[in-house]
Design a protein around this ligand. Structure first.
Ligand code: NAD
Ligand code: TDX
Length: 350
C-alpha cells in the first residue's frame, strides 16, 4: 500500500500513529485529514511535518461532498480512521456533536471508500479505530472479548458503537474490506488535558483541586499510547480483513489508586514534600451513567499477531509526567483560549 489516509491525525492517538507510519514507511505517502477541533493540534507533529511523505489536509469528515471529492482526487489505498469527538463528559453535555462527527462522519468515509474502491477491493483496507467502551461496563470480575455483546451507556460510547456497526454493515453488505480494533484507555504525551491523567498533571502543577468523580472506585485498563500505535501498525499490515481485535495491556487501576500514584510521582518530580499533591484530591458529583469497570482481553491479538505492550505502567506514568513537565509550553498553549470556559462549565458547582 502506498497512499494512506489517516483521519484525526492531529489528535492524541492519531499523532502517534502518523509519527510511526511516516518514520517507519518512507515509501508510503501519509495524508493526515483533520478538522483541527479544540483537540487537534499541529504542534503534535512538528518533528515529522517536513518529511516528504507527510501531507496535511484541513477538512471535516461531516462534509460528505468534500470527502468524496478528496477520495476521487487522491485515490487512497488505505484508511486509518481515528477522527472523532472523544471525551465522555463532553458527550453528556452535547450529544449531537458526537452523532455528527462519529456516526455521520464515519458513514461519509465509508461511502467514499465504497464508491472509489468499487470493483477493486483487493489490497484496499478501511481500518476503524474504536474503543472498549462499546462493550459497556463490567462488574468486579471478567473481561471484554471480541464477541462480548455491545452495551454502550454514554452518548460517546453509543456513537462509537454505532460507527462500529456501520463499518461491519458495509463489509457484510457491500464487501468493503475493513478491520476494527477496540482499545482500552490510552495515556501518554500530547493527550488533551480534559482526560484524567493530563488534567490531573496540569492541576497538580497549578495546585488546583483534583476532581475525583464519585468515590474514585471506577476501574480503567490503561495502555501507553505508543503501544496502541504499534498495535494499529501490526493489525493494519497483518490483520485478516473482516476481523476485530481488542487492544489492552492487562493493566487495571482503580481511579483513586492511579491518582495517588500520580500524586507521588508529581511530588517527587516537582521536589515537593511527600503527600502534598494528595491533599488536592476533592471528591465531586459522579459522572452520569459512569461505567464501573473496563478490562480488555487482548489474547487474540497476542496469539495471532504476537503483539505485547512494551511498558510497565509505573514506567509509562513517569515517562508521561516527564513529558508534560518538559513541555509546559504545550500545556499552556492548549489550555489558553476556550479551555477556561470548558473547565468552568464542567467542574464549577460539581
Ligand atoms: P482526540 O480527541 O485527541 O483527537 C481527535 C482528532 O479528531 C482531533 O485531532 C480532532 O481535530 C479530529 N476531529 C474531530 N472531529 C473531526 C471531524 N469532524 N473531521 C475531521 N477531524 C475531526 O482523540 P483520541 O483520544 O486521539 O482518540 C482517537 C480515536 O481513538 C477516536 O476515534 C477514539 O474514539 C479512539 N479511542 C481513544 C481512546 C483513548 O483512550 N483516548 C481509547 C480507545 C479508542
Ligand atoms: O475529572 C475527572 N475525574 C474523574 O474522576 C475526569 C476527567 C475523569 N475521572 C474519571 C472518569 C473515569 O472513570 O477517570 C476515569 C477516566 O476518565 P477519562 O479520562 O475521561 O476516560 P474514560 O471516560 O474512561 O474514556 C477514555 O477511554 C476510552 C477516553 O476518553 C475515550 O476516548 C476512550 O474511548
Amino acid at each position: 500500500m502506498k497512499k494512506i489516509l489517516v483521519t484525526g491525525g492531529a489528535g492524541f492517538i492519531g499523532s502517534h500513529v502518523i509519527r510511526l507510519f511516516v518514520n517507519r514507511y518512507p515509501d508510503y505517502q501519509i495524508y493526515n485529514l483533520d478538522k483541527l477541533t479544540y483537540a487537534g493540534n499541529l504542534e503534535n507533529l512538528r518533528d515529522v511535518d517536513q518529511k516528504p511523505n507527510y501531507h496535511f489536509i484541513k477538512g471535516d469528515i461531516i462534509d460528505g461532498d468534500f470527502i468524496i471529492g478528496l477520495f476521487k482526487k487522491e485515490q487512497f489505498d488505505g484508511v486509518i480512521h481515528l477522527a472523532a469527538e472523544s471525551h465522555v463528559d463532553r458527550s453528556i453535555a452535547n450529544p449531537m456533536e458526537f452523532i455528527m462527527a462519529n456516526i455521520v462522519g464515519t458513514v461519509n468515509l465509508l461511502n467514499a471508500a465504497k464508491h472509489i474502491w468499487k470493483g477493486h477491493f483487493e489490497g484496499k483496507l478501511f481500518y476503524h479505530v474504536s474503543t472498549d467502551e462499546v462493550y459497556g461496563s463490567l462488574g468486579d470480575t471478567g473481561f471484554f472479548y471480541e464477541d462480548t455483546p455491545y452495551d454502550p451507556h454514554s452518548p460517546y460510547s453509543a456513537s462509537k458503537a454505532s460507527s462500529d456497526h456501520l463499518v461491519r454493515a458495509y463489509h457484510d453488505t457491500y464487501g468493503l474490506p475493513m478491520i476494527i480494533s477496540n482499545c482500552s484507555n490510552n495515556y501518554g504525551p500530547n493527550q488533551f488535558p480534559e482526560k484524567l491523567i493530563p488534567l490531573f498533571i496540569n492541576n497538580i502543577r497549578h495546585d488546583k483541586p483534583l476532581p475525583v468523580y464519585g468515590k474514585g472506585e471506577n476501574v480503567r485498563d490503561w495502555l501507553y499510547v505508543e503501544d496502541h500505535a504499534a498495535a494499529i501498525d501490526l493489525i493494519f499490515h497483518k490483520g485478516l480483513v473482516g476481523e476485530t481485535f481488542n487492544i489492552g495491556g492487562h493493566n487495571e487501576w482503580k481511579n483513586i489508586d492511579l491518582i495517588k500514584l500520580l500524586c507521588r510521582v508529581m511530588d517527587e518530580k516537582l521536589g515537593r514534600t511527600k503527600g502534598k499533591s494528595e491533599k488536592l484530591i476533592t471528591y465531586v458529583t459522579d459522572r452520569a451513567g459512569h461505567d464501573l469497570r473496563y478490562a480488555i482481553d487482548s489474547s487474540k491479538l497476542q496469539k495471532q499477531l504476537g503483539w505485547e505492550p512494551s511498558l510497565q505502567f509505573e514506567e509509562g506514568i513517569e515517562k508521561t509526567v516527564d513529558w508534560y513537565l518538559k513541555n509546559q509550553a504545550w500545556l499552556d498553549n492548549v489550555t489558553s483560549g476556550n479551555y477556561q470556559k470548558y473547565y468552568e462549565e464542567m467542574y464549577l458547582n460539581r
